[in-house]
Design a protein around this ligand. Structure first.
Ligand code: MOS
Length: 724
């Protein structure tokens, strides 16, 4: 099905099931331990051996030799496969660094061996007996220093410019020119990367933890140099991803090699330190922002330049993207620079680009608003735009940033924001802050297969994943709405490469895209039923478990007959981006307290207002947003991968050293969704919220800390040493 015009009569608009606050249908499986995650998968006929990875102890160079004799003789060891044994492999499409194989070391903790043993402890103990000799090369590990040799990235559009920025900036009566930095960040999802691999002849079955089934399957086939059709990949339950599981990782490759060598199914979970130094992270940024404004608060000139680094062949953190679209202003420019770093691979983490971009931009907006002397909520409203400011002929499909700011200000009690440093309660300085939220809305082709059987049960199959987001539930809601049945009559099966290829979970495109694919498949199924019965397609109605047309009606089970009927389709999108810009919007309001003696910042309350099209399920959507807001607190106050710039690795490689917020850090959160639909996003008229909820949060906190203390911190995280 091709979608490029606004849907008119659409069963989804009945809103009998869609839009309802239905608790997640997989919740019971998860809370009772019956949902099997990758590492837990078991079958009484299969006894898994355990694989333990060895990571490179240098950041750049070559492996001269590996002595595995002691490891092989260690108790319980079944096999040892080294990078030298595996040989140089073809690299998958989505990774920057090699995952395994060959003598080249591209970053610290790149996988160089897997030890397979009867138990986990035996495999781990044997792994340290491997002796490796390296030829070490000098690497580049310091972003600031590497910026001297940074180049324009080869991305689609590294720069943009409209009007005369330099001229307008010079002429502006009020200006701001500041530099902001964001650190390397780690996804730190609960469930580590983990896979079980089992060979049957030349066919491979892999239970893993993947956001994108088809990407993983293709890249695993490339890496193992085998036919993609011979790989069966499953990832039905996932303990978080945040972008860290978008791309094939070493656990799946090592499990496949280990299982082949040990002639047994093998399970490999990456140890927590590997999540930091073996997998991907969000790259650090250095951002310069210049803004010129009139005394009436109108922005006349705005420039955003961002530098970041990555391994050779990698890409930039696209931190300027939101600045191309968020505020009006006739004269503007953005630019990105990419430095070569030999640190572990930088790649997508929740709201790549916008999340760190807004950490800088939304402080800058607070600063220029203050210099102009206009309330920061009002300043943002004054500079709203309903069209793409770089291409004014392109309106937004729907944009209600002003609505979010106004409603948020009212609900939060914004009027009370005093002068910086003017509110005190005991030893606490109190402050409030605001920031806009912005994240583009992407859509991805998505397929599904829907079957209605002779019992009247609707079964949905798609390789869509549920990374804790609620995909199972909104997909069941979609099928129930389309087929006119209650949700308990729908059975949803996800995360299996035997099912139609879906959008997968990423870029906050999953909910809208995957449910649209289910919509399309249901349309096909409705057509098949209508045709079988000879009903009139103009007046056919699927409702209350029945199909009706004119004065005829029939229970669905009877309509499809004992063998049932199937509908399958893939939702595709036309090229809407030429005529319209699709984005999601929001406003974050935060109140903080800062201890005058220790400089410790504490969140007191947070409010997010989101405008993101139709909300398919307010429970699961809210859960996405409060999780994202919590992640924003980490970004603002604690999260930072510390780089050892001599040896080239991230030092704080576990959850003791890399601090993410806990419940006690978040006393009060509220989320409001604007009651809206996006007529152009899809037949669901929905967009995404999973990344929007993070965008802007850290800046709102930084602005609140400034309001509390009068101290402006432009370098994240805002730890107490920076305030004292
Ligand atoms: Mo998201 S960083 O595309 O999972």
């Amino acid at each position: 099905m091709q979608f490029d015009t606004p849907a008119t009569t659409n069963p989804i608009d009945r809103l009998k099931v869609i839009g309802r606050p239905i608790p997640r249908i997989d919740g019971q499986l998860k809370t009772t331990g019956r949902a099997m995650y990758a590492y837990e998968w078991h079958d009484s006929n299969v006894r898994c051996a355990y694989g333990y990875p060895l990571g490179a102890a240098i950041a750049k160079g070559r492996i001269k030799s590996m002595d595995i004799s002691a490891a092989k003789k260690a108790p319980g060891v079944l096999a040892v496969v080294t990078a030298l044994d595996a040989g140089k492999r073809k690299k998958g499409k989505y990774n920057t660094a090699n995952l395994f194989g060959g003598d080249e070391v591209q970053h610290y903790h790149q996988a160089i061996a897997v030890v397979v043993a009867e138990t986990f402890e035996q495999a781990r103990a044997a792994s340290v007996l491997i002796k490796v000799a390296y030829t070490e090369e000098k690497g580049s590990f310091d972003l600031k220093a590497a910026m001297d040799t940074a180049v324009k990235p080869e991305s689609e559009q590294p720069d943009s410019a409209v009007g005369d920025f330099e001229g307008a900036f010079r002429a502006a009566p009020v200006v701001l020119d500041e530099t902001y930095t964001t650190p390397d960040q780690s996804h730190s999802m609960m469930e580590p990367h983990a896979s079980i691999a089992a060979w049957d002849g030349d066919e491979l079955t892999v239970w893993t933890s993947s956001q994108m089934i088809d990407w993983w399957r293709s890249d695993l086939a490339t890496t193992l140099d085998m036919d993609k059709e011979k790989i069966h990949l499953m990832s039905p339950f996932i303990g978080g991803g945040f972008g860290g599981k978008l791309f094939l990782r070493a656990d799946a490759v090592l499990a496949a090699f280990g299982a082949r060598a040990a002639k047994r199914p093998v399970k490999v979970a990456l140890p927590r330190p590997f999540l930091v130094n073996n997998t991907t992270h969000r790259p650090a940024t250095l951002q310069r922002i210049r803004i010129g404004a009139e005394r009436n608060g109108k922005i006349t000139a705005i420039a955003h330049e961002s530098g970041s680094g990555d391994l050779p062949g990698g890409g930039p953190e696209t931190a300027v993207m939101q600045t191309r679209l968020l505020y009006a202003g006739a004269n503007r420019m953005t630019a990105m620079l990419l430095a070569t770093l030999d640190l572990p691979e930088g790649n997508a983490m929740r709201a790549p680009g916008e999340a760190p971009g807004l950490m800088a931009l939304e402080i800058a907006i607070d600063e220029i608003a203050e210099r102009v002397g206009i309330d920061p909520v009002q300043f943002r409203i004054i500079n709203d735009t309903q069209v793409d400011p770089e291409k004014p002929e392109r309106p937004f499909s729907h944009r209600d940033l002003i609505g979010c700011l106004k409603l948020g200000a009212e609900r939060f009690g914004w009027e009370g924001q005093g002068r910086p440093g003017s509110r005190r309660e005991g030893s606490w300085l109190i402050g409030t802050g605001v920031a806009a939220a912005f994240r583009n809305n992407l859509v991805m082709p998505s397929g599904a297969k829907v079957r209605l059987d002779g019992e009247g049960v609707v079964t949905v199959e798609t390789d869509m994943t549920d990374i804790g987001t609620g995909s199972y539930t909104i997909i069941a809601q979609t099928a129930a709405e389309m087929m006119g049945v209650t949700i308990d009559r729908v059975s949803v099966h996800l995360g299996d490469s035997r099912f139609p290829v879906s959008a997968g979970s990423g870029g906050q495109f999953g909910a809208n895209s995957a449910t649209s694919g289910v919509y399309a498949a249901c349309v096909k199924l409705r057509e098949a039923i209508t045709q079988k019965l000879g009903f009139n397609s103009d007046d056919v109605v699927f409702e209350n478990g029945e199909v009706r047309s004119g004065n005829r009606s029939l229970p669905l089970a009877e309509a499809v007959g004992p063998h049932g009927l199937v509908g399958e389709d893939t939702m595709k999108w036309g090229d809407l981006s030429k005529t319209h810009q699709q984005s999601t919007f929001g406003a974050h309001f935060v109140e903080v307290g800062v201890d005058v003696d220790t400089g410790e910042s504490r969140i007191r309350r947070m409010l997010a207002v989101c405008a993101a099209g139709r909300i398919l399920n307010p429970i699961t959507a809210r859960s996405q947003v409060i999780g994202a807001m919590t992640m924003g607190v980490g970004a603002a106050l604690s999260e930072e991968l510390a780089v050892d710039t001599r040896r080239g690795y991230f030092v704080n490689h576990d959850l003791a050293g890399y601090e993410v917020p806990v419940h006690a850090d978040i006393p009060h959160q509220e989320v409001i969704f604007m009651d809206e639909t996006d007529p152009m996003s899809s037949p669901m008229k929905a967009k995404g919220v999973g990344e929007l909820g993070l965008c802007g949060v850290a800046a709102a906190i930084a602005n609140a800390i400034y309001n509390a203390t009068g101290v402006r911190i432009r370098h994240y995280p805002i730890t107490l040493d920076k305030l004292i």
